[in-house]
Design a protein around this ligand. Sequence first.
Ligand code: NDP
Ligand code: GDR
Length: 327
Amino acid sequence: MPTAFITGITGQDGAYLSRLLLGKGYRVVGLLRRSASSDVVGERLRWLGVLDQVELVDGNLTDLSSLIRILQACRPDEVYNLAAQSFVMSSWQQPLLTGTVTGLGCANLLEAVRIAAPETRFYQASSSEMFGKIQEERQSERTPFYPRSPYGAAKLYAHWMTVNYRESFGLHASSGILFNHESPLRGIEFVTRKITDGVARIKLGLARELSLGNMNARRDWGHAADFVDAMWRMLQQDKADDYVVGTGRTVTILDFCRLAFGYAGLNYEDHVVTRQDLMRPAEVEVLQADATKARERLGWQATVTLEQLAAEMVEADLARHRRRARD
Ligand code: NDP
Ligand code: GDR
């Protein structure tokens, strides 16, 4: 039975990746950072019905010795580094923390792998935010980077460290440059989930308005379940490499509002207001993936459409609010 070690296992992607790997017969070990609110830990894993099938071990991405000890103890075949301060907006408020966790955290884990488990295959969760102020209309592995936030800059450092450890030490270290991917398990602060949660509240009479920032930014949105499959495929390749993963379709925030509100039989124009304080100091205006390499080499492509994704998210938020009202 192969063993996978996942940092960020309690996040959106960690939960979907755990379910995927368990389904393939893996033993799944996940990094758990200590929290005072331990009663809500593992909610996403529970939602997918896999919480009792994964092993959670104490540690932190910023604590190198904890990572070394964990790798020595569990001897993983594959390591997935998904942990990060992943909310772009917060990265302007907490740039140093973001650099420490999202950037240096990856270097810590690469060091731990080099020291304690150099045969392990390594995956780094790189991001389309590294393209930032885009230098090509569609972004591929060859597109120059131009990060526009402390988060993007931290991810770029982590990305190049992954490439560097592959080239310097021969680690099987791959980097997935993933475009936005969402699901009912998306954090509530991200725009798609904020919108579908807002739609559910408005539909059920719990709210009348939804405040948003820049409605004209464009994103290439897919479903997280599809995207974690691309991560796994990367680590099954003989040679480690970097891959862009995205759907290739880009739409505005406004388009997503139209879809999500429309699905619930509502008109977004009656409910959405824009607020200046939700605008970013520097915006990534548009992202659109060219995932040709992932399609050709990994046989990967998105299976869930944006319409299906929005519908699934609205349904899940309606169900959550109905359940809360009952309890
Ligand atoms: P989430 O924000 O949902 O999850 C982040 C995870 O990181 C959580 O498990 C969190 O733990 C953990 N974490 C944060 N800080 C630490 C720390 N110091 N030590 C250990 N664990 C920590 O992110 P997603 O699942 O959406 O994304 C997964 C990864 O992919 C992230 O690195 C993200 O930046 C990247 N990415 C995401 C994309 C997306 O569209 N979702 C696109 C491209 C890249 P806790 O539960 O305790 O907070
Ligand atoms: P992003 O996701 O920054 O692309 O990063 P987010 O959903 O936060 O923003 C997407 C776009 O929506 C605009 N926007 C708003 N965003 C939020 N959060 N809240 C609002 O009210 C709002 N109104 C408009 C933003 O300005 C932006 O243009 C995500 C994260 O998962 C990163 O970790 C990951 O690396 C990238 O996707 C790819």
